[in-house]
Design a protein around this ligand. Structure first.
Ligand code: FE2
Ligand code: FE2
Length: 268
């Protein structure tokens, strides 16, 4: 193995206040435990389950980079607020007329730069986005060869689309990490070209919930088909994450591990 190996922490979709509190409390613990110097958090559900607000973003200040997804614009004020958040990415394959940016280069305090690219899938997704494969190719062509570590958040429903993107980018990026389904998958691996891949990292949301939402609410909605308010659960929170280890000098991934940690809020 050539030179130093760095570790980065990737945390799945943060759901509501409970999720934000868990990120606040557990990120320093996980950084220390896994010797991580850089943290990426998908926060698309952080504002009461849907979108972002500036105060929610402050709660997740442990993140070096925040990524979005199909819920990025759920909170209307965020259309302008996003311009003041330098480390937040909305999907790069949204229309270029949308505010914000879809990728960026960030300093890793332990050494080197980290390019983070946010992409949205197109299969079974309501939003219109252009081809994530083509968008990734175009962004990679613009990146300086001095940026070795490149992490892609593919926010998508279909595992096939996420796996295909990971194989397409194998050897070109450090990691392709899936988000959006809120359920962590058991397929973490490093592909032959040196790209770490995980179909879905999971969420930071109620352990006894349906994807972070109140169980009776969701069951009622499925059974009756009636419009139903799906409240966010704030009981015991499960924080799902992955740790990617990569060579500083090459950006090549050497390991990826997915895990979960539980957080029980203090009683009021
Ligand atoms: Fe999503
Ligand atoms: Fe989500």
């Amino acid at each position: 193995m050539a030179g130093p190996v760095l570790n980065l922490l990737f945390i799945g979709d943060v759901v509501g206040k409970g999720g934000r509190n868990a990120v606040k409390a557990l990120t320093p613990v996980l950084k220390q435990r896994h010797n991580c110097s850089f943290v990426i958090v998908n926060g698309e559900n952080s504002a009461n389950g849907a979108g972002f607000s500036l105060s929610c973003i402050r709660d997740m200040e442990a993140a070096d980079v925040l990524t979005g997804g199909d819920h990025t614009w759920d909170q209307k004020p965020f259309e302008t607020e996003i311009l003041s958040v330098k480390n937040l990415l909305r999907p790069a394959n949204f229309s270029s007329l949308q505010p914000g940016k879809g990728w960026g280069i960030f300093r890793n305090p332990a050494g080197g730069d980290v390019a983070v690219i946010s992409l949205l899938g197109r299969i079974f997704m309501k939003e219109s986005a252009s081809c994530p494969f083509e968008t990734a190719e175009k962004i990679l062509a613009q990146l300086s060869p001095t940026v070795k570590c490149i992490v892609v958040d593919i926010h998508a429903e279909a595992t096939s689309e996420k796996a295909a993107l990971a194989w397409f980018l194998d050897g070109k990026v450090t990691a392709v990490i899936g988000t959006h389904t809120h359920v962590q998958t058991a397929d973490a691996r490093v592909l032959p070209g040196g790209t770490a891949f995980l179909s879905d990292v999971g969420m930071v949301g109620g352990h006894n919930s349906v994807l972070g939402r109140d169980v009776p609410d969701v069951v009622r909605k499925f059974r009756t088909g009636m419009p139903t308010r799906l409240n966010v659960t704030e009981n015991t929170i499960r924080l799902d994450y992955a740790v990617v280890s990569y060579e500083l000098e090459t950006g090549r991934a050497v390991a990826i591990r997915a895990a979960s940690e539980f957080f029980t809020p203090e009683p009021l």
